[in-house]
Design a protein around this ligand. Sequence first.
Ligand code: ARG
Length: 485
Amino acid sequence: MPNNKKGPKKVMPGKAWEGRFTKPADPRAEDYTSSLAVDLCLLEYDIRGSQAHTRMLARCKILKPGEGRRILGGLDQVWAERKASRLKSCRQDEDVHMLVERRLHEIIGTVAGKLHTARSRNDQVVTDLKLYLRHEVAKIVQGLSGVQQALLKLAEKHMQWIMPGYTHLQVAQPVLLSHWLLAHLEAFSRDEKRFQQLLKGSLDELPLGAAALAGTSHPIDRQMTAKLLGFSRVTANSMDTVGDRDFVLEVLSSAAICGVHLSRLAEELVIFSSAEYSFLTVDQGFATGSSIMPQKRNPDIVELLRGRSGRLNGNLVTLLTVLKGLPLTYNRDLQEDKEPLFDSVNTLKQSFFILTPMLSSLRFNKMRMEEACGRGFPNATEAADHLVRQGVPFREAHAVVGRAVTAAAQKGLGLENLSLAEWRKFHPAFQPGIKQDVALSKAVSAKSSQGGTGPARVRAAVAQHRRRLFGGKKIKLLRPSGRRI
Ligand code: ARG
């Protein structure tokens, strides 16, 4: 390992806080408190934060120019070692921050100790987390766009196909398959907006400079650090800053809501791919077989999407529980924010990674969906609406058609098979147009209200989403520095 010849022999031999202690830590306590196994993924962000902090300290003349240069050079070397997988940790490295600082001491000697001027790990860790999240949330936004693009392409491919819409999982009214696809797309577009808001909101405020909890007596310039790291603003209150994990909760709750959407879509895909429905087929590449039943092709990938989204709820509840009842400012409990956060971020990214190609591979079965519309009287509301247009109050029309449905069901017929004479036995106001009104395609095309399944409305929605999702506007991926890549 390279070492600095000019540095003193004994560099940072023990803990950063050893001056106050007369005996070494119990190794069991060290293992118990260490978060290195979890927070090592913050190393890049820790170094970027330290680089900006060093530059600011030098510009504010808190560090001499030579000191600043040596620290920056040392940080570069730590990062180079990490990239080359040569950065070794040791037991005294309690977390990623101490690992970087210990190695920096080894490389540049005691001047490394000046890096922590006007800074505490309490504001450092929040800064690292925000830098990490600015990068990861941008990736999540990208993933959500991919899912929406796949759904949109399916909608465009099956514009006029009709399927039954369900309430209570009972056939309700016919809808366009494209309308169903766009319904799921809408949920993911809300998720996208929610995550984008975070990038402009709490993730755009710099915590660094709050120090341990009270701020610092050194003449720092927080605005300068914010600018160097790509934040628009600085946080307002130092005590709040070091204890605040709302931004983590916001990410976790947005992830949990998105998980609800993922699992509701997955659930419908499981149901609709069963032999009983056969509305769609999940490509073999995204299915698995059975070790005992030779005939099986199971939608395990979709089921895992549904199952894994449970973690997203769990992670949110975990952190809510950790935070509830904590006194203000930093408490070590806060270290427990990382595992749930990293797990939710990774779970979401993996979900989008598998869902997008799996959606693109779906095959829909037009005949099966239309057949299903023939069962369960999805056009009954159309018959009632026909009477309403003749001036019959809706409640009366509802009862009349209910009786017609009972009679048709007894004969094993659909409402579309009834003659005008038969309709008139139930109510004299039925007109010859009833035949047309209960036809499947008319039932769909008649739903021309804004947001409805009428083809013109769906076409307009598709065009709008196409402009948004394929309009040539690239999603910004922010590097931790804030610069676009
Ligand atoms: N590893 C800690 C965390 O993630 C670092 C924060 C500072 N620790 C401390 N004892 N003040 O929360």
